[in-house]
Design a protein around this ligand. Structure first.
Ligand code: CP
Ligand code: NVA
Length: 315
């Protein structure tokens, strides 16, 4: 079965989705989750193949995309960059063109975001960003869905991001602008999100009723928040900076005292893997406000909806 290339779409960042499309994806996600939990798999992608290129490690992304394709009646190929010619210098553009002759979609997890855009430019099949140094849209889509499952619409809600202005923070910033909620990012000096990205999102948020603010003190972000999110202090590829980062982020641990500053019904999220005792305490991660396992599960359901959408099944 072939994918209709003339309508090829990609999911590299939130710029590739309209708010309306996100709503439709979430409706489909809810349906797919219910079906799965009732023991039903719908083979909407029978005969389709997803190629998954990994230049960084992964548990959730790999397993959720692979099982997701399987549950939809298709298959997924795990392509470690070390074991394909990409790792020996075959260019991304050539690899994208070759893979497009075999597979119906490509998921890529890599370092520089430019690699994801190059892949999308040369691939004639849809490309999905499974995490780059700058963005992690699939995770934030799963997180948004998880919040709404527990607490209803995000419109007008306050989300606190505590820690690094990293790939996850960037995708949250884009999401706040697109869906119109209030995001307050608390990060240490030198670890703020990208200025240009922030300015663009702040401009876009004017039309959607959202807002994005950067503050220094975690408490200023956490106060009255409906959701508190954090992530590792040292992302993949930054291992040589670990000691410096541990010092810079020492005051950015989400503990129970910080959770108390939020609204009583506030949720806690972490995309995982967590570094217990660093960015979050055991008490919070394992506590009643934490929905981290739901976030991980929802990667599966949201990505199945994304795969159907990008591979040409109407949603
Ligand atoms: N959250 C996330 O993307 O996890 P993995 O690195 O395990 O894929
Ligand atoms: N910011 C983290 C997310 C891991 C899923 C990283 O890039 O390593």
């Amino acid at each position: 079965m072939t994918t209709t290339h003339s309508t090829k779409r990609d999911l590299l960042t939130f710029d590739d989705l309209s708010a309306q499309e996100i709503r439709r994806l979430f409706q489909r996600t809810a349906h797919l989750k219910k079906a799965r939990n009732a023991g039903r798999n719908e083979p909407t992608l029978q005969g389709r193949t997803l190629g998954m290129i990994f230049e960084k490690p992964s548990t959730r992304t790999r397993v959720s995309f692979e099982t997701g394709m399987f549950q939809l009646g298709g298959q997924a190929l795990f392509l470690s960059s070390q074991e394909i010619q990409l790792g020996r210098g075959e260019t991304l553009s050539d690899s994208a063109r070759v893979l497009s002759r075999y597979v119906d979609g490509i998921m890529v997890r890599t370092f520089g975001h430019d690699k994801v855009t190059t892949m999308a430019q040369y691939a004639t099949v849809p490309v999905i960003n499974g995490l780059s140094d700058d963005f992690h849209p699939c995770q934030v889509l799963a997180d948004l869905f998880t919040f709404e499952e527990h607490r209803g619409a995000l419109d007008g809600k306050k989300v606190a991001w505590i820690g690094d202005g990293n790939n996850m923070a960037n995708s949250w910033i884009q999401a706040a602008a697109k869906l119109g909620f209030h995001l307050v990012v608390a990060c240490p000096i030198h670890y703020e999100p990208d200025d240009a990205l922030l300015a663009r999102a702040q401009q876009e948020a004017i039309a959607t009723g959202g807002s994005i603010q950067v503050v220094r003190a975690p408490i200023d972000a956490a106060i009255d928040a409906d959701l508190i999110c954090t992530d590792t202090w040292t992302s993949m590829g930054q291992e040589s900076e670990q000691l410096r980062r541990q010092r810079a982020f020492a005051d950015y641990c989400v503990d129970q005292a910080l959770m108390y500053a939020a609204r009583p019904e506030a949720l806690f999220m972490h995309c995982l893997p967590a570094h217990r005792g660093e960015e979050v305490t055991d008490e919070v991660l394992d506590g009643p406000q934490s929905v981290v396992w739901d976030e991980a599960e929802n990667r599966l359901h949201v990505q199945k909806a994304i795969l159907e959408w990008l591979m040409g099944v109407a949603i």
